[in-house]
Ligand binder design. Structure first.
Ligand SMILES: Nc1nc2c(c(=O)[nH]1)N[C@H]1C(S)=C(S)[C@@H](COP(=O)(O)OP(=O)(O)OC[C@H]3O[C@@H](n4cnc5c(=O)[nH]c(N)nc54)[C@H](O)[C@@H]3O)O[C@H]1N2
Ligand SMILES: Nc1nc2c(c(=O)[nH]1)N[C@H]1C(S)=C(S)[C@@H](COP(=O)(O)OP(=O)(O)OC[C@H]3O[C@@H](n4cnc5c(=O)[nH]c(N)nc54)[C@H](O)[C@@H]3O)O[C@H]1N2
Ligand code: SF4
Ligand SMILES: [Mo]
Length: 898
């Protein structure tokens, strides 16, 4: 390869940290990637997901051509069909009978065009986004407090703060690079403190100085209690309150009424009074405090109130907008913020202008020359799919998100989609749970191919630049939407030929008749030509005449976005849960993320190293609950709610509280049978934001006792039939299927042959070089086989009715070997290596590929006491740092004699 291969600076497509990535193409469809040392979000660091981006660029599963049903069609035919379908329904039933459902993973330019088309030209407010499931409570809370959806602080504040409070945020797994920055700053100064507020003892909580394992849903009481404590201890900043705010008397009154004392709050929140006192004291005495939060706050029936409870204490202490202090919402998706900038939520219009302001509507109408601007907000995601189910909305175009997986109550969502007369889906992937519901599928460019901007959690706009060729006939989302807009008759409003043209229009709108009423203002970028756009450096908005180089922090001198320039403290009364546990469904189901998977696994599920950390859908339960159910760690469980059911592997851990179950959100029908957590989740939403209550569904947990369990390893993907439970994991050189069934199988040998050598079914001979090793013990319900092809391992199947199976990792490792020698062959059906030392165990350190067993042996044999010592010996934890919490937990377990 050429030494001076060109490098391209771009931005990671995963979380809202927004790390800079440098790509060096190694072919039209491949590249090597590394962290950008000059990007101010990450200064060169990447987490496990970012480091594995290169493994996710493969084209095998991409959607590469427009499809109508199962028929490949030309772009012209597809675009004509999409426009005709929408036009017919609009003409017959009006603009509110159609909708777009878009995504925080679209680029700002894509989002802008989609929003303009729906709200300005089709004339309906019905465009909502998966940010409704993610950031909308924060949007609503920030609007209530500041008058506009604004994040006052920046990442550097996390490093400057002396106290950082992480509320409902598993930062170590979900915003890993930011968490590493935080830990690194703390290493320099042990007096800095970290507090986690989360019902679970997460990887994040394990590295904090204090963890308040609150009862789920009680955050408002906790922060009301803090506000009252600050008043009692004379820590309020009355000068700030008087000069810059409104509503504090009522907020203080309600705080006192609802959270009057430490014992009362400790009781409601279910935390030790001493720990609560420590937290309140630290907060009271530490001016440089940052409170950061994420989905444990937002995704709640009281999400907006939780956000305001946090903003109240920062306003009451005047702690915002100055270095090292302030509230900091951690955004989920790479462009959750950019979507909010363009107004992609159904209850926003455009450019931080809402529907309720007539002057704002007039301004947007004039700027867009909009023939029929929407006059009122559209349907929010959950309502939107309910309206589809009821036939009120008859056409929907879904882009960059998978509502069949990620919305609550997916059984109802899927029924609605099945009955919807016109479903259009723009996606990069050919096989998703949504695909079967689409009448038309449009192939979108993916990360590495697409071109535009994203905005991270600290209001920083960065470029995503293409470094790969566009595969097949895939096209950028903005182009697809523009083409449909023209076919709907709106050519003049949609003249775009490049993302740069869209970006400058968006920048101009942000400054249009903006005399300081709207903080969102990037008018200093409105003159960028193509070269300027291509060279755009990461910059934090506002970027305008007053702040040409961008703005790190807002509000140090007040100036909130209400007409009176004052912020609002919101009086908060904790509301009872809309749907809580009862005798039939006594557990609370909490859901969320794992370290190495991203959402529906369309990309991270392809990278063998990312699938190893948590390879299977699981349900975490407290040991007392497990004992009550007679469940061992690793057994299968069935979860049932009023809305559906799911199967998962039990993980028994005291990190969970009794009465609570945690299940990750990632598994779809593509990767697991009955592993979809949203089949269980209730469609309850926050009354203010419409954000789903993903973390508080009443469920029942039952042991699931299959007639047999097994695993299958193969070199090529297969479709093993007759399983009630089935999970597929992509490994290096192999595919692993974990299987279980409730019906005893009569003849495993026949099953294996039919599956592994299909030719045998027709009576023909198998492959010339095939060799079977087999062990059948019918009375014990045991079956094991291995298929060797030309001496190399091609597949193996191990089944047990009652007894435990060996771990699959040793057998899986043999797929990398050439011809197996006699000693290996002899061991194959045992499933175990001659010496246990050869089995590395579950992967812990992604960067160095180090497994749990390897770590345990090193800790024991070499008496390692600290993560640094482990790092020195094995390298684990020294690169991206994502596994540090697990190393620490492992060391703790050892020091306690585990
Ligand atoms: N690895 C990985 N990283 C990601 C993503 C991913 O898919 N994978 N997705 C990205 C996206 S879009 C998002 S939105 C973010 C989400 O990032 P996070 O919000 O950090 O992640 P979650 O796991 O959804 O939930 C956070 C925590 O909320 C806690 N929680 C539940 N109920 C309550 C409660 O009542 N009060 C409090 N205080 N806490 C509660 C849960 O126990 C959980 O640990 O992650 C982003 N980063
Ligand atoms: N139970 C439970 N459910 C949840 C959550 C939870 O915590 N618990 N969290 C919620 C949150 S915060 C979020 S953000 C959502 C995420 O949920 P989704 O948005 O449904 O998940 P993704 O897998 O990110 O879906 C992205 C889809 O878009 C495609 N795609 C990627 N890039 C592009 C592109 O550039 N253009 C187009 N057209 N398509 C693209 C991918 O192939 C994929 O099919 O899940 C929500 N659902
Ligand atoms: S922290 Fe987020 S943005 Fe940074 S590399 Fe990891 S996933 Fe990408
Ligand atoms: Mo999200």
């Amino acid at each position: 390869m050429n030494d001076a291969a060109p490098t391209i600076r771009t931005t990671c497509p995963y979380c809202g940290v927004g790390c800079g990535v440098i790509a060096t193409p190694s072919g039209p469809f491949s590249a090597t990637l590394q962290g950008d040392p000059h990007h101010p979000a990450n200064y060169g660091q990447l987490c496990s997901k970012g480091s594995a981006l290169g493994d996710t660029l493969g084209l095998e599963t991409r959607l590469l051509y427009p499809m109508i049903g199962t028929r490949r069609v030309s772009w012209d035919e597809a675009l004509d069909a999409v426009a005709r379908g929408f036009r017919a329904i609009i003409d017959a039933h009006g603009p509110d009978a159609v909708a777009f459902y878009v995504s925080g993973q679209l680029l700002t330019e894509d989002y802008y065009v989609a929003n303009k088309l729906m709200k300005g030209f089709i004339g309906s407010g019905n465009i909502d986004t998966n940010s409704r499931l993610c950031m909308s409570s924060t949007v609503a809370g920030q609007q209530r407090a500041f008058g506009e959806d604004l994040v006052p602080g920046c990442y550097e504040d996390l490093e400057l703060a002396e106290l950082v409070v992480l509320v409902g945020s598993n930062t170590a797994w979900c915003h890993p690079v930011l968490f590493q920055r935080l830990l690194k700053a703390r290493r320099g100064d042990p007096a800095r403190r970290l507090v986690a507020i989360d019902p679970r003892r997460t990887a994040t909580a394990q590295l904090c100085d204090l963890h308040l394992a609150i009862r789920p849903g009680t955050d408002v009481v906790l922060f009301n209690g803090l506000l009252d404590y600050l008043r009692r201890h004379d820590r309020l900043d009355f000068a700030f309150l008087e000069q810059h705010t409104q509503g504090y008397a009522e907020a203080l009154r309600l705080a006192r009424a609802t959270a009057p004392s430490l014992p009362a709050v400790a009781e409601t929140c279910g935390v030790p009074e001493q720990d609560l006192a420590t937290f309140y004291h630290w907060f009271a005495v530490t001016e440089k405090t940052v409170t950061a939060w994420s989905q444990g706050v937002n995704q709640s029936a009281s999400g907006t109130d939780k956000v305001n409870a946090i903003l109240n204490v920062h306003l009451a202490t005047g702690r915002l907008g100055r270095p090292g202090m302030g509230p900091l919402s951690l955004t989920g998706q790479p462009n959750a913020m950019g979507g909010r900038e363009v107004g992609g939520l159904a209850n926003q219009l455009a450019a931080h202008i809402g529907f309720d302001d007539p002057a704002g509507r007039a301004l947007v109408r004039e700027f867009w020359q909009a023939p029929r601007l929407a006059e009122r907000p559209g349907l929010k995601a959950v309502e939107l799919f309910q309206a589809i189910g009821e036939g009120r909305v008859k056409a929907v175009w879904i882009m960059g998100t998978n509502p069949a997986v990620s919305l609550p109550d997916t059984n109802a969502v899927r029924r609605a989609l099945a009955a919807c007369p016109w479903v259009v889906v723009s996606d990069c992937e050919a096989h998703t749970d949504l695909g079967p519901y689409a009448h038309v599928r449009l192939p979108a460019l993916a990360w590495g191919e697409k071109d535009g901007t994203v905005t991270n959690s600290e209001r920083r706009i960065s470029r995503q630049r293409p470094f790969l060729a566009a595969p097949g006939e895939a096209r950028p989302d903005w182009w697809i939407i523009t083409q449909v807009a023209r076919r709907l008759g709106f050519r003049e409003g949609f003249p775009y030929e490049s993302p740069q043209q869209i970006f400058v229009e968006h920048a101009r709108l942000s400054g249009f008749r903006n005399r300081g009423q709207r903080w969102f203002d990037i008018s200093a970028l409105a003159d960028l030509d193509q070269a300027g756009y291509d060279a755009l450096q990461p910059v934090q908005w506002p970027v305008n005449a007053a702040h040409p180089a961008g703005t790190a922090r807002l509000f140090a001198a007040g100036g909130f976005a209400f007409p009176d320039r004052r912020a609002r403290l919101v009086g908060l009364e904790p509301r009872p849960a809309a749907d809580g546990p009862d005798a039939a469904y006594p557990w609370v189901l909490n859901t969320g993320r794992i370290r190495d998977q991203w959402h529906t696994m369309t990309r991270t599920g392809k990278a063998p190293r990312l699938t190893q950390h948590r390879p299977e859908p699981y349900a975490e339960l407290h040991p007392t609950d497990a004992a009550r159910l007679g469940l061992a760690d690793g057994a299968l469980v069935r979860l049932v709610s009023r809305h559906g059911e799911a199967l998962a592997r039990a993980r028994v851990t005291a990190d969970q509280q009794p009465g609570a179950v945690f299940m990750p959100m990632h598994w779809t029908d593509q990767f697991a049978r009955r592993g979809l957590v949203n089949a269980l989740v209730h469609p309850v939403t926050d009354p203010c934001s419409g954000e789903p209550d993903f973390k508080y569904t009443p469920v029942r947990v039952e042991p699931y006792r299959p007639a047999w369990q097994g695993f299958l390893l193969t070199r090529e993907p297969l479709d093993p039939p007759d399983c009630d439970y089935r999970v597929v994991v992509r490994g290096q050189d192999h595919w692993l299927y974990r299987l279980a069934g409730t019906r005893a199988m009569a003849n495993w040998a026949a099953y294996a042959r039919a599956l592994l050598t299909p030719a045998a079914r027709s009576g023909a001979q198998g492959w010339g070089g095939d060799e079977w090793l087999e062990l059948v013990d019918a009375p014990q319900g045991r079956y094991r086989c291995a298929l060797l092809r030309d001496g190399r391992l091609a597949a193996c199947l191990l089944v047990e009715a009652a007894r435990p199976l060996p771990a699959p990792d040793w057998l899986a490792g043999l797929f990398a070997e050439g011809r197996l020698d006699d000693s290996l062959r002899r061991r194959l059906l045992s499933g175990r290596p001659a010496s246990p030392r050869e089995a590395p165990g579950d992967l812990v350190c992604y960067c160095h590929g180090i497994g749990l067993n390897t770590l345990k042996r090193a800790i024991r044999d070499q008496d390692l006491r600290t993560p640094e010592a482990i790092g020195a010996v094995l390298g684990a934890g020294t690169q991206c740092g994502s596994c540090l919490p697990e190393l620490k937990a492992l060391l703790e377990a050892f020091s306690q004699g585990g």
